[in-house]
Write a protein that binds this ligand. Structure first.
Ligand SMILES: [Zn+2]
Length: 65
């Protein structure tokens, strides 16, 4: 098998078996969503940053409406 997946942290294409998925549940304006963040499981930095990562960048500074 030669499937490659992109890490959401370092944005490199990695072999599928080097990529793990972190599922995080978050509640945004009362809506529960699950984010599936892919990261390199052989890279400590990617694993650490996956904990902080969010696809919801628009939340920042614009959350008052
Ligand atoms: Zn990575």
């Amino acid at each position: 098998m030669n499937i490659k997946l992109r890490c959401n942290i370092c944005e490199q294409l990695r072999p599928w078996d080097k990529i793990s998925v972190l599922s995080k549940d978050e509640t945004v304006r009362g809506i529960r969503i699950t984010q599936n963040i892919r990261y390199c499981n052989d890279n400590q930095k990617c694993g650490d940053e996956a904990e902080q990562f969010t696809f919801l960048n628009l939340r920042r500074g614009n959350d008052v409406c």
